[in-house]
Design a binder for this molecule. Sequence first.
Ligand code: NIG
Ligand code: FE
Length: 407
Amino acid sequence: MPAQPYQPRRLWRDVTLFDGCDTLPEPMAVMVAGESLERVIPMRELDRAAAEACETMGQGGVMTPGLVDCHTHLVFGGSRAEEFEKRLEGVSYEEIARQGGGILSTVRATRAASEEELFRLARPRLEALLHDGITTVEIKSGYGLTVEDELKMLRVARRLGEALPVRVVTTLLGAHALPPEFKGDSDGYIDLVCREMIPNAAEQGLADAVDVFCEKVAFSVAQCERVFEAAEAHGLPIKAHAEQLSNLGGSAMAARHGALSADHIEYLDEVGVAALRKAGSTAVLLPGAFHTLRETQRPPIAALREAGVPMALATDANPGSSPLFMPTLMLNFACTLFRLTPREALAGMTAHGARALGLHDRSLGRIVEGAPADLCLWNVDAPAELAYAVQPGRLRQRIFKGEVIHG
Ligand code: NIG
Ligand code: FE
């Protein structure tokens, strides 16, 4: 029989444990073997022999699963600080988009940037997320809008995952905005997305999923549906930016296609909630965009809760609608702006964030035996404090695949 590879056992003692769903009622011990969680037991059940066979890595504090940011646009060129000022003067996000600014201004800067330059710009943004507890992040394309520029963005996202200790999941968002060269021919652009972008990204293994922006300032429900059909033909899961600025029914259509998630959803109605529930899709809440755009329409939290639709929470980190690179701030925003409970907010950035990425089968985002050992150890007394106070510097250890990375 081949010898078992040596797997160092590591132990965290006396932690207050939020397991991705709930806070456990008593102090816990967490034992890691190699890259996975081997035992998660109450302290009173930890016998001396087992403890002595481990290296103790930490004692006390609050332990959560490593945070999952299931919706970001981290790769981009340029800045939208000027647009920020315009919006403060009262010009709306939609108006700026109609004038060729907004997403299209980032498209110009992203197209002009080399792959190397985009990598150099994105790296510190991703590092900011890691320093705030992220161990899994989704990164979208969507600022290239040509086959080559979209693939360039996805390559940067993949490279980030190779360079830094984090799991990166990539999403092709070719249908994000209509590029200027297709003005007046949005169906022609959707043809390009379906016939060239998706097949190329799929063949090169650059995309783990396909996203669309279903909105009056972007693409219609029928156009998004064509994108989903192309994604399905290439075996790629789908998701949608939907019901962000108006209610077009994009979430319900995405749900009919078995979407992983519908994201933003401020304008989601009862029909949309029922469709998500039926499909088992996750509702992704993005309070950073709600805050930045000074939106007043809140997502239908009570209806989602009542229907039992899992609610994930993400930064939507991007240069326009959410230039916010601090996941724990989103825990606070989700509670103060959307009235989530701290428990729901934390589940949204752990277990439900993983679900929105289709990774829950492997128990990612949970602290249960057999799950990947991606963990955070925080210098707080109770999990709710992570949502209650906005305070950088509380992450004592970030544990990625069983290794303590920061701390
Ligand atoms: O998630 N809604 C559309 N897309 C992004 C915004 C991107 C941008 O403004 O650059 C979002 O909010
Ligand atoms: Fe987004």
